[in-house]
Ligand binder design. Structure first.
Ligand SMILES: Nc1ncnc2c1ncn2[C@@H]1O[C@H](COP(=O)(O)OP(=O)(O)OP(=O)(O)O)[C@@H](O)[C@H]1O
Ligand SMILES: [Mg+2]
Length: 82
């Protein structure tokens, strides 16, 4: 497995656009690609998923936040209110 990171300290310089298009091209060439969108802006997610599909099918429980919360009570038994 290879990991590619697209990094720049500046905002709005095309990090997400490069990540999305690089992933698209590599997938087109037959590679298996996993994109992980940890940015609350979710721009990478919305590069591939239409907002109405997101709202209907994914927003409720198909996010990294929901996944993390599914086991975080074992790691952080004394949860603080968020
Ligand atoms: N090669 C390009 N030519 C023209 N416009 C571009 C190019 N790459 C990205 N953009 C545009 O620039 C804007 C910022 O791009 P993008 O959201 O990918 O930047 P970012 O570095 O991920 O931003 P942020 O720091 O907010 O996450 C977007 O409107 C995008 O469509
Ligand atoms: Mg971005």
């Amino acid at each position: 497995m290879q990991t590619v990171a697209v990094i720049n300290y500046k905002g709005g310089v095309g990090k997400t656009t490069v990540a999305a298009n690089l992933a698209g091209e590599l997938a087109w060439r037959g590679h298996r690609i996993l994109l992980i969108d940890l940015d609350p802006q979710a721009s990478l997610t919305f590069s591939f998923v239409k907002p109405d599909y997101w709202e209907t099918n994914l927003a409720k429980d198909k996010t990294i936040k929901a996944w993390f919360e599914s086991f975080s009570s074992f790691i952080f038994p004394f949860r603080y209110n968020s």
